[in-house]
Design a protein around this ligand. Structure first.
Ligand code: PLP
Length: 398
């Protein structure tokens, strides 16, 4: 018996690859200085590590342009706020989906309630997949952007982002993609037509909490959403226009960026070990991503097959298609929290119960009242962990 069986990787991946812990510790000890503010050697070296991380992330996400357009933030929520608010102007309209996380939903709702921004919500229905023709139907002459959750954090359905990007381009609107649940588990290539890609560091990218970012494609400029020191253009009384300073005000997180840096190298090394012919960073990382995805999906498929055998269980999402390893279910006669508490107290299993910060998605699945139990294995989940989970589920459900 272990102390914990962690099936909450959709909330945050845990544990991280060992080099992430090691490099965060060593770099913070050796270079825990304020980068970009001072001209001394340590500050310059810290800045070099930050730029190397921007470059790796740009390649990772297929951004061929300036690596300085990789902007660091606190997390996906911060990036999404900055991206949407930095893009819209008075009188604009945006299109979002029913599957959005509160990071998008609340940002959009506040703009609609407090500013002159209109919002349309495209339904996903209980399949969990969006129909691109419905997104196109929602467009208006005033539509500035489509904002789309790449994978649902409730049921793991992955949207066809290339098709949505093509439609956005054809209709002259920008596309902002929330990759919180896909970055690191689904290959993403911004060159398919994504204007702004937002990401969080602590999930599939295997960094720590407190670091996230976005890549602002050359097709668009975002208005700065916060103002302050950048270490450059200090005489200017306004935020510099250049990236990343336009959107990065204040001191960035050296430990957070060091974590992402080590994680990027870990992806590339894993990919190279699987395919010696993979030469560049993106190809290596994509090889690693497909290996990670396969492993996680083999776990989630075992869990789903097990749950389908119980008449009292409903697995959410009727659609068949590309997914990440996240699923939610309900149990007749029990509220989700009860199930999660039994799994935790009696079997040391970490799951998540409730509305998963996506209230409109729960409307689609009819689970707004009692919520759902979410299970999300990760790359470091072992077959024996899944064995233990299946036994525990049988005990709780029988
Ligand atoms: C789809 C989606 N978007 C955004 C977020 C917000 O991420 P963060 O908490 O890192 O800001 C999450 C987190 O669960 C998510 O699943």
């Amino acid at each position: 018996m272990k102390e914990n069986y962690y099936f909450d990787n959709a909330a945050t991946t845990w544990p991280k690859p060992e080099p992430v812990y090691q490099f965060m510790d060593s770099f913070f000890r050796s270079h825990g200085v304020n980068p970009g503010r001072s001209g001394h050697t340590l500050a310059v070296e810290a800045e070099q590590m930050i730029f190397a991380t921007r470059r790796m992330l740009a390649e990772f996400f297929g951004h061929a342009g300036d690596p300085n357009r990789v902007v660091f933030t606190q997390n996906a929520t911060d990036s999404i706020n900055l991206a949407i608010r930095g893009m819209v102007q008075n009188g604009d309209h945006i299109v979002i989906s029913q599957l959005e996380h509160n990071a998008v939903l609340r940002t959009a709702n506040h703009l609609q309630r407090d500013s002159n921004i209109a919002v349309s919500v495209v339904e996903a229905g209980d399949t969990g997949y969006l129909n691109v023709s419905e997104i196109i139907e929602a467009l208006k002459p005033s539509t500035r952007a489509i904002v789309i959750n790449h994978a649902s954090n409730v049921i793991g359905t992955v949207q066809n982002i290339e098709e949505i990007a093509a439609a956005a381009k054809q209709h002259g609107v920008h596309l902002i993609v929330d990759s919180a649940q896909t970055a690191g588990v689904v290959p993403i290539d911004m060159s398919c037509g994504i204007d702004v890609l937002t990401f969080t560091g602590h999930k599939g990218l295997f960094g720590p909490m407190g670091i996230g970012g976005m890549i602002v494609g050359e097709s668009v400029d975002l208005a700065p959403g916060r103002f302050g020191g950048t270490g450059v253009d200090s005489a200017s009384l306004f935020q510099p226009d250049s990236y990343p300073h336009r959107l990065e005000a204040g001191t960035v997180s050296i430990p957070g960026i060091a974590g992402l840096n080590a994680a990027q190298k870990w992806f590339a090394e894993l990919g190279a070990s699987l395919d010696a012919a993979a030469e560049d960073h993106q190809t290596r990382c994509n090889r690693a991503i497909s290996h990670i995805h396969d492993r996680e999906m083999s776990h989630i498929e075992r869990i789903a097959n097990h749950l389908h055998a119980f008449d009292s269980v409903t697995v959410l999402g009727s659609g068949q298609g590309p997914k990440v390893a996240t699923m939610s279910f309900t149990v007749d006669g029990m509220i989700a929290q009860q199930v999660a508490e039994m799994l935790d107290a009696d079997h040391y299993i970490c799951s998540r119960a409730g509305l998963h910060c996506a209230p409109r998605a729960h409307e689609a699945f009819g689970t707004s009242a009692n919520g759902a139990v979410r299970l999300s294995p990760g790359y470091f989940t072992e077959d024996e962990d899944v064995d233990h989970l299946l036994e525990a589920l049988s005990e709780v459900l029988e």
